[in-house]
Design a protein around this ligand. Structure first.
Ligand code: RIB
Ligand code: CA
Length: 320
């Protein structure tokens, strides 16, 4: 049985890999990509998504919907210092690559209707589009079968500030709305999970370089900018929280430990803006999310490497 799926993304680096997971995993029925302001310039993100469709030879098959170009109430903050252009300098001929006219928020609501309770969403950027969808139609939360959110840290350090992870920092009001809305949520946090179990070191990156398919070459290029950044801040490789989020939806057996938490987002303080308070049972708060605490890291790595080993024939030259 296939899983009807939307990926809500700020497409750069690991977002590209997450889209590949949605495109190439047999169980996934990727019905749309919705774009949200986040990692790099909005139009650049759209081009990165088209290049990802191209390398998977799915150009023209999966629609891209443009969503919010700004967070709900705050100015956009980018992560261009981390990601560069988000695609390692790759480029292609974009003629005829047009996003849909329908707004991403309307597309999310329509696709939830069409899937009749079966739609899953992997949200790997700031949660602006999803918050807007909930504001427009509060029942949207109960229409979505499963929402996987990459964001926050589970009682551990942030990345854009000491307290906050990037996706929640950029639009904390949106994150708060989404966690209050009643979705069935699984959270893939930045720390400790991603930092401990979803980092690909130089040894793994060499194995990927050795695969030498268009997909593997694409992976190496899009991850190149963040590898330099990550190593400069003491992370021993490239980080893969977004592709892990897509993977745990489609391969839930990769989750080896998780627990129920109450997740709430700080919006009042500048110092701790976007901090995710992940409260476990002892605090007596009603759970609103399952937080992934541990994965089968070797299984995740194998899952991605097997995917990158698939042969595709990209219709447009990417200069790989
Ligand atoms: O903090 C990690 C998140 O922000 C991921 O979604 C990644 O794409 C990023 O920049
Ligand atoms: Ca992302």
């Amino acid at each position: 049985m296939t899983i009807p799926l939307v990926i809500d993304t700020d497409t750069a680096q690991d977002d590209c890999v997450a889209i590949l997971v949605g495109l190439l995993t047999p169980e996934a029925d990727l019905r749309g990509i919705t774009m949200v302001a986040g990692n790099v310039g909005f139009d650049r993100q759209v081009r990165n998504a088209f290049m990802t469709l191209n390398v998977a030879d799915r150009l023209g098959e999966v629609p891209i919907y443009l969503g919010n170009r700004q967070p709900l109430v705050r100015p956009w903050v980018s992560a261009e210092n981390v990601h560069g252009d988000g695609a390692g300098g790759l480029d292609m001929d974009f003629s005829g690559c047009e996003p849909e006219a329908e707004h991403a928020v309307d597309a999310l609501l329509r696709m939830a209707d069409e899937a009749a309770g079966e739609l899953s969403i992997v949200a790997i950027g700031p949660l602006t589009n999803l918050a807007m969808a909930v504001r427009k139609r509060p029942e949207f939360a109960s229409q979505v079968k499963h929402l996987v959110v990459m964001g926050g840290s589970n009682n551990a350090r942030g990345n854009i500030t000491a307290a906050a992870e990037f996706n929640f920092y950029v639009d904390p009001e949106a994150a708060k709305i989404v966690f209050d809305a009643g979705f069935t949520i699984t959270v893939v946090p930045w720390a400790p999970l991603t930092l401990q179990q979803a980092v690909f070191g130089r040894d793994v990156l060499e194995q990927i370089a050795g695969i030498d398919t268009p997909l593997a070459r694409f992976f190496t290029r899009v991850c190149s900018a963040t590898l330099a950044f990550d190593e400069s801040v003491g992370i021993p490789g490239t980080t893969h929280p977004d592709s892990l989020s897509a993977a745990v939806l489609l391969r839930p057996e990769l989750i080896t430990r998780s627990a129920q938490y109450n997740v709430d987002i700080e919006t009042g303080s500048e110092l701790t803006r976007g901090y995710a308070a992940m409260s476990w049972g002892v605090h007596g708060l009603a759970p609103n999310a399952t937080v992934v605490e541990e994965i089968d890291a070797a299984g995740f790595q194998k899952f991605l490497l097997d995917l990158l080993a698939r042969t595709t024939t990209p219709p447009r030259d990417l200069g790989l």
